[in-house]
Design a protein around this ligand. Structure first.
Ligand code: HSE
Length: 440
């Protein structure tokens, strides 16, 4: 008789056997003694739902475990926990709702699903006293959900600044360090297997936005609505902006920002390419690595850095959730999910959020250009704090063709009005580029 046979067995249904699902199954099998020793449970996968049964049969998966129906998986006799790693929105939502309605707890890595349907899923869980675990939904292997939900529970969180999309960070890093253009860097990310086959959400900022919504909801205790977020992707960053930012002492990173006003006012949530001061740790986080700086009243600033994607790293978070779920099945749930404490409960309109800005305006070289731009900004009481002076050798035919400046703090709405006004001037030759400066 094996030494683990007396332990309680947790029967798992695995929905999805892709990169993360396979890594979870492999580590549960290979590390069963370690996990049993540390957790006091045995874990047994009793059903696996996949799209393409033939492919997994060919790979040697036990045919008795496989089904192509998530419904059949949820209905499996005696199942304790459903682990959803299939991605997508509608099917995953139905699968989790079916499990929760039966009172079966779930583990999910599905950030898009939680960001869009979190309120509905957690309400379903509450009705049947089931739990939802989602460590792998944000920043892959970095244990940041547990940190915000449990380890920092005594803190008022004043700000979270995060680089939370690995593909985007890889692309910006290659543009910064190797001088690649955006398309070249994206192709490289694809070739190395970092970008998804369809990298749309990585590039347009929404993969990071889903994670920011989950973090903001946990930190401030209300479901942040996707429509309230300002989301911009890395596709608006040009190579010359990276160079000009460097001359001004900044690094351009794609940053998720979540912060509350002084004394608990409205919550700012945004995801944008932004200028970070070169000396802040986040500015030096390169490649596919994710990093989060979390500021709380008790702890001050705490940094989390690590792999935000990849099978093994994400499996590390999923397995941690599986063990947590086992304990809560055994002893009863203990804050196993989202608790709507709703202390603040309102997202600040993006137009009212205040920061310093970087502005690049492509122009024709003619008298009065700089005076006119400065005049438009001054009329709205927006002050200029720095400019980039181009040497004649940097200008095409020795004529200056871009105005690059930094502003003092201003509300985004006012800044955007000023930029629209500038863009209507006849000397402007292309769309201006406006980026925020973030100071974690
Ligand atoms: N595509 C994501 C990233 C991985 O690049 O960070 C998981 O969210």
């Amino acid at each position: 008789m094996s030494e683990t046979s007396s332990l309680k067995t947790i029967r798992l249904g695995l929905a999805g056997l892709g990169t993360v699902g396979s890594a979870v199954a492999r580590h549960l099998r290979d590390e069963s003694r370690l996990l049993a020793g540390r957790s006091g449970f045995r874990f047994e996968i009793v059903r696996i739902a996949v799209r393409d049964k033939a492919r997994h049969l060919a790979a040697g998966v036990d045919p008795a475990l496989l089904t192509t129906s998530w419904r059949e998986l949820v209905e499996t006799e005696g199942i304790d926990l459903v682990v959803e790693l299939m991605g997508g929105e509608e099917e995953a939502r139905s699968c989790l709702l079916a499990a929760l309605e039966k009172g079966v707890s779930v583990v999910t890595a599905n950030k898009a699903l939680l960001a869009a349907h979190g309120a509905e899923l957690f309400a379903a869980a509450e009705r049947t006293a089931a739990s939802i675990f989602f460590e792998a939904a944000v920043a892959g292997g970095i244990p940041v959900i547990k940190a915000v939900k449990e380890s920092l529970v005594g803190n008022h969180i004043s700000a979270i600044h995060g680089i939370i999309n690995g593909t985007g960070n890889y692309i910006l890093t290659r543009m910064t360090e190797a001088g690649l253009g955006f398309s070249e860097a994206l192709e490289e990310a694809r070739a190395k297997g970092y970008a998804e086959a369809d990298p749309t959400l990585d590039v347009n900022g929404w993969d990071a936005a889903h994670k920011a919504i989950i973090l903001a909801s946990l930190a401030y205790g209300y479901w942040v609505a996707p429509a309230d977020l300002r989301v911009e992707g890395i596709d608006r960053v040009a190579r010359q902006d990276i160079g000009y930012a460097a001359r001004l002492g900044y690094v351009i990173k794609h940053v998720g920002v979540i912060k509350a006003g002084n004394g608990g006012g409205e919550v700012e949530v945004r995801v944008q390419p932004s200028l970070l001061p070169r000396e802040h740790t986040l500015a030096s986080v390169g490649g596919v690595t994710n990093a989060l700086a979390i500021r709380g009243d008790l702890i001050g600033e705490s940094l989390f850095v690590g792999p935000g994607a990849g099978g093994d790293a994400t499996a590390s978070s999923v397995i941690s959730d599986i063990v947590d779920a086992a304990h809560s099945l055994d002893k009863g749930p203990r804050n196993a999910g989202f608790v709507p404490h709703g202390l603040y409960g309102r997202t600040k309109p993006a137009a009212l959020t205040v920061s310093e800005f970087y502005l690049r305006i492509p122009v024709r070289d003619q008298p009065g250009v700089i005076a006119r731009i400065a005049g438009i900004l001054a009329a709205k009481e927006i002050g200029i704090s720095a400019t980039v002076s181009l040497a004649p050798s940097e200008m095409p035919d020795g004529k200056f063709n871009e105005v690059i400046l930094m502003t003092h703090e201003a509300p985004l709405g006012l800044m955007e009005e000023a930029v629209e006004e500038v863009a209507r001037e006849a000397f402007v030759t292309g769309p201006p580029v406006l980026l925020r400066v973030e100071k974690p």
